[in-house]
Design a protein around this ligand. Structure first.
Ligand code: PLP
Length: 389
């Protein structure tokens, strides 16, 4: 007879990378259930370890288990606590900032006024994340919290970042008693290195892009015995968005009774695009995931994707839309003037993409993931307004 046990009470050997169990996780998202119980003996998973780790990465608290056998069970993920960790404390009171980062979910989703054709547009406001005031808290926190052992032994954390990941990691380093050194390309906005320094980290500014800097970061870290969590290739980057960002969107859409048709995302590392595409392609395949990248010139935080280096088993977005920097700035300014919310420029790019496609979008609800707030980019907005005047 199968029963349900807390995942934390079971042992299943070494934790694999998310990509190693992505197939099992995809299967569970597609069926919406744990189909076979885990075979356990005395709390040890003797058969079904891959499913155990898939449940773990999907953020389930419980698993169906049987003593010494695997049985057909078909327990819905919802009954295993699938949504529990995306719903925070009602009173939002936390004993420590690490608890705030881990538990204060979901970030808000707000319907935007505007003419979007037959689409209803909901902005998911990622600047509500507390450390970098951006979506990158999710990646930074998940990579760091899952690598506690390696970090404890190292004492220092090095990372290449165009800004927000570096800020989040510099903040986390203080909380974890580590030294942080963040390598920021000279093309990035000033707020990144400034915030890193105020937070007590070291900011090394130079180089034209994170891609160009990365080899030097890895070399320096190897020499100095520092850990590089490496947001550009760490499977925990997309995994954070499967487990939290995408799941929050589904939860909020269900709660509001939305007819979810699409999710629009910008792409830097591609981490949140890959995680969100993985989640929706498997769990709600009717939801279109649209990736947004710069047409040419720079848009802070995002870059043109070389899809040959995409995220292992994670699917690509269904469609990629290119947006110019001016279109992104103009869309953000328009939203600020019609809704009173100033999005960061990558959020403006996402809105510009929706605006571009809106004539052809079928009736329904669309989510725009807004990575951060416009206060970091005031100079860019002011100079754009100057050009328009
Ligand atoms: N927008 C901003 C402002 C960012 O800082 C980033 C990443 O650093 C992104 C968008 C892209 O996010 P991702 O790295 O998940 O593709």
């Amino acid at each position: 007879m199968a029963k349900v046990a807390p995942l934390a009470s079971l042992r299943a050997g070494r934790r694999p990378d998310f990509f190693e169990v992505a197939g099992a996780a995809a299967r569970m998202l597609r069926s919406g259930a744990q189909e076979l119980s885990l075979s356990v003996r005395g709390g040890e998973v003797v058969d079904g370890a891959e499913d155990y780790w898939a449940l773990y990465y999907l953020g389930c608290r419980l698993a169906a288990v049987s003593e010494g056998a695997r049985e057909r069970v078909d327990v819905p993920l919802e009954a295993l606590g699938f949504f529990d960790e995306v719903v925070g404390h009602e009173a939002r009171i936390y004993q420590d900032v690490l608890e705030l980062v881990a538990r204060d979910r979901p970030t808000p989703m707000v319907r935007l006024r505007g003419d979007w054709g037959r689409a209803r547009v909901w902005a998911k406001l990622e600047w509500y994340n507390p450390l970098s005031l951006s979506i990158k808290d999710r990646t930074a926190w998940y990579m760091a919290s899952m690598s506690a052992e390696a970090l404890g032994g190292a004492g220092a954390l090095y990372e290449a970042s165009s800004s927000n990941t570096g800020v989040a990691l510099a903040a986390l380093a203080r909380l974890l008693g580590l030294r942080a050194r963040i390598y920021v390309p000279s093309t990035a906005e000033d707020f990144g290195p400034a915030m890193v320094r105020v937070l007590g980290g070291e900011a090394v500014v130079g180089g034209s892009s994170t891609t160009e800097i990365l080899p030097r970061v890895l070399e320096d870290a190897a020499r100095d015995g520092a850990v590089v969590l490496n947001q550009f290739s760490n499977p925990l980057n997309p995994a954070a968005h499967v487990r939290f960002t995408a799941k929050e969107i589904e939860y909020q859409a269900r709660f509001a009774g939305l007819k979810l048709k699409g999710v629009f995302v910008s792409m830097g590392t591609g981490g949140h695009a890959a995680g969100i595409a993985f989640y929706f392609k498997n769990r709600m395949p009717g939801v279109r995931v649209v990736g947004v990248q710069p047409a040419g010139g720079g848009i802070p935080g995002i870059k043109r994707q070389d899809f040959s280096g995409w995220w292992g088993p994670m699917p690509r977005p269904d469609e990629v839309v290119e947006v110019s920097a001016d279109e992104a700035l103009d869309a953000a300014i328009d939203v600020a003037r019609s809704n009173g919310l100033l999005f960061g420029v990558s959020g403006g790019a996402v809105v510009a993409a929706i605006r571009r496609l809106s004539g052809g979008l079928e009736e329904g609800d669309y989510v725009a993931v807004i990575p951060d707030h416009g206060i970091k980019y005031l100079d860019l907005y002011l100079s754009r307004l100057g050009e328009r005047a």
